[in-house]
Design a protein around this ligand. Structure first.
Ligand code: ACO
Length: 700
């Protein structure tokens, strides 16, 4: 990959003299960016372009070529690739459109196979090219002017990528690289990130994605990468309509958005919701030091902005330092007696920039304070003239000590001054939400690193004994029966084979058996119909709960048969299940399914009949360990119920984790299973464990 980002020579096949053609722009950009290697324009007409000799064929070039940018019409691309193979080119950047994104998948795959067979890797097709700061190489047809810096951008959308070059220029954000991946026919985000985490110039990685291909590999690369560098992602297709547009646009199916979001969280990736937000985060993370502790102070001359910032801090998970004694000592000299040393620290409307300076320096010097939010409203003393010099001085002397963000509200003079400061790299924003958001992402990254360190030090094995052979036998018999689901008793058998705790139960086929088995199980019991023709048992009157004695069992047996025959006279009835009636517990849900983008994915959340309405659920790829599963459980809004409220004891968290692990093992070991759902899984106190009440299993 180093050769892709630092090629010693680049050929442009389809180079053109005609201004305005893509093949001309790329040559101009290569020259303007100061690329030091050899540039070889290739065009069947020969001649000269920008004083460079043009070769009629790549085979006429004497020296080796590391990268060939192909910018000829679709019908000539394969021939060009073949010529590159003959020339032993290492990387191809195929700009040309008209491949899998418009349905020409076979043609695309044919080219990739040929290229790979001949030792070449492909970027694209359907891309705008690649810029790499370390090689001073702008092999794109985007803007010529790119500021080198620490942000690496990988973009699936070409047009948006080109626009982002302009936007980063405007925002004074330096790029380590920008790579357009287009159809991702060969090289994808994972390949590029693997290089970027080792590249010294790259400080932050930003990806714009439309769909995920090879998600299982992406997860493993991201998990490794976020331990080393922050990664920010924007994924379009959050709405159902957006997902459809993305799918048709890129030729790759966008995964369900909730799953994507949760898996990015699992990998330690920060998901931004707008380009502006992502670029703000990139700029802040490349220009600021990381926090070394959780204590933040707000310094302000106005109560209103202080309160707004306090709200924003809560939203972004920023901890406001609240040791009033320490605050009093730290700021006794810099806060006037009529101000407030609480947090927010209010140096009052009479504060000058000198007063700000003293207070900010006190915060920088205090070891218990780890980061600062500096806010202000324009006054006659705090104005455009006084703002700039002080903030610039503080930034120059202190910005590498602790993280700080600034936000000032005022008129034109203040706004202009803030623009100058921003251009000089000061993290200053007219919107305090933006300022707090940037510090928030820095904390998210800090905590990610902490969690990952904890994670590494945990014993987080996910071993469990699951009888896969028996499970496959159960699936086999359902398949023989031409069903794509398991019956209740089969589901229970399968869970038993995995060692998932179930209520005691048995399927009976006569009234006499029902009476004797209910006695064996112990009252109260539950009775349910078992029939492949009746899936919604309650709707059919096929479930009766809380049967306390023999007589109630006799009545229920007859009632269930009567109801079900009436509901579906042709239903083939296998029997009636008699099960232990469980005492109430906390209802949770564990689901598992094969996700088209990410492979086996597990869901956990609040269970019961209101699952769909409450939607207190989260997802993880089964590349987890016990520690990550515990993190998923803690994410639920209803997590406090599992901790125990109003004097209740904590529920059996390890029992829940064990079942999640087992469901994951079943899903990954039995590819015939597409969906597993345990709802509810009742969680009891630690001594009583958990019980899977109802199980639904779908097979291919
Ligand atoms: N070998 C060498 N040179 C060749 C060959 C060949 N086999 N075939 C053609 N050429 C030359 C042509 O003579 C021409 O040069 P000239 O101007 O000196 O005559 C040059 O290569 C280009 O060929 P044209 O036929 O003029 O093609 P054109 O430049 O119009 O289009 C392109 C080619 C740009 C690759 C087009 O087919 C295409 O795919 N455009 C879309 C590109 C795109 O949008 N990519 C996604 C980017 S991301 C985004 O969305 C912004």
């Amino acid at each position: 990959m180093k050769r892709l980002f630092n090629p010693e020579s680049v050929a442009i096949i389809g180079a053109s003299r005609a201004a305005g053609k893509i093949g001309n722009s790329i040559i101009c950009n290569m020259i303007a960016s100061g690329y030091k290697g050899n540039i070889y324009p290739i065009n069947k007409h020969g001649g000269e372009i920008c004083n460079l000799p043009v070769y009629k064929s790549i085979l006429d070039v004497e020296k080796d070529i590391d990268l060939a940018t192909i910018v000829v019409p679709f019908k000539y691309v394969f021939d060009s690739v073949k010529a590159c193979a003959q020339k032993k080119v290492k990387f191809l950047s195929i700009i040309t459109s008209g491949f899998s994104e418009v349905g020409k998948t076979v043609e695309e795959q044919e080219i990739v196979k040929f290229a790979n067979d001949h030792g070449m890797r492909i970027l694209g097709p359907n891309i705008f090219g690649i810029y790499s700061a370390s090689a001073s190489m702008n092999a794109t047809f985007g803007p010529a002017d790119i500021k080198p810096g620490g942000v690496a951008i990988i973009t699936q959308s070409g047009a948006l990528g080109i626009a982002m070059i302009g936007k980063t220029q405007m925002e004074n954000i330096g790029l380590a690289s920008i790579v357009s991946v287009g159809n991702k026919s060969d090289l994808d985000e994972s390949d590029l990130i693997e290089y970027m985490i080792k590249d010294d110039q790259t400080k932050v990685i930003f990806m714009y994605m439309e769909g995920v291909k090879n998600g299982e590999r992406l997860i493993s690369v991201l998990k490794k990468a976020t331990r080393i560098k922050p990664i920010i992602v924007i994924k379009s297709g959050r709405s159902k309509r957006g997902a459809m547009a993305a799918a048709s646009h890129t030729g790759s199916l966008a995964g369900a958005d909730e799953v994507f979001s949760d898996i990015m969280k699992q990998c330690g990736v920060h998901r931004a919701h707008s380009i502006q937000q992502a670029l703000d985060w990139c700029k802040y993370l490349t220009g600021s030091v990381a926090p070394r502790g959780e204590n933040t102070v707000i310094i302000t001359n106005g109560g209103g902005v202080g309160v707004l910032a306090t709200d924003a801090c809560e939203e972004h998970g920023i901890h406001l330092f609240d040791d009033i004694e320490v605050m009093r000592t730290a700021f006794s000299k810099s806060v006037p007696s009529f101000g407030s040393v609480g947090n927010p620290i209010d140096i009052t409307g009479g504060a000058s920039m000198d007063d700000y300076e003293k207070c900010i320096i006190d915060a920088f010097n205090h070891p218990s304070i780890h980061s600062i939010i500096c806010l202000g409203c324009e006054t006659s003393i705090l104005n455009g003239k006084t703002l700039g010099p002080t903030i610039r001085k503080i930034h120059d002397n202190y910005h590498s000590i602790k993280p700080i963000v600034y936000s000032f509200v005022g008129g034109k003079d203040i706004e202009n001054e803030m623009d100058y400061l921003k251009a000089d790299g000061v993290p200053i924003y007219s919107d305090l939400e933006q300022a707090v958001g940037c510090l928030g992402i820095s904390y998210e990254n800090y905590r990610n690193q902490m969690v990952l360190k904890d994670d590494d030090s945990q014993n987080s094995s996910i071993d469990a004994i699951v009888d896969i052979k028996k499970i496959n036998k159960i699936i086999g018999s359902a398949k023989k029966d031409k069903r794509n689901f398991l019956l209740a008793d089969e589901g229970q058998e399968l869970m038993k084979a995995a060692g998932v705790p179930m209520p005691k139960s048995v399927v009976v086929s006569s009234l006499k058996e029902a009476v004797s088995q209910s006695g064996n199980i112990g009252f109260p019991v539950v009775m349910k119909i078992v029939s492949k023709d009746i899936l919604h048992k309650s709707d059919a009157g096929g479930v009766i709960l809380d049967l306390k004695n023999k007589n109630e069992v006799i009545d229920a047996y007859e009632a269930i048969l009567f109801n079900c025959k009436k509901y579906n006279p042709r239903a083939k009835i296998k029997g009636i299940e008699i099960a232990e009636m469980l005492k109430p517990g906390i209802e949770t849900i564990i689901g598992g399914r094969y996700d088209n983008s990410f492979g086996p994915v597990i869901m956990f959340g609040q269970g019961g009949i209101y699952v769909e309405v409450i939607r207190d659920i989260s997802f993880r790829s089964i590349t987890y360990n016990r520690f990550e599963i515990a993190g998923m459980i803690k994410e639920m809004n209803t997590y406090p119920l599992l901790l125990g409220v109003r004097g209740e004891s904590q529920k059996d968290m390890n029992g829940i984790i064990d079942v999640i692990i087992k469901v994951g093992i079943i899903l990954s070991s039995c590819p015939e299973i597409t969906d597993i759902e345990i709802n509810p899984l009742l969680a009891y106190d630690e001594d009583d464990g958990v019980r899977a009440v109802d199980v639904r299993i779908l097979i291919k």
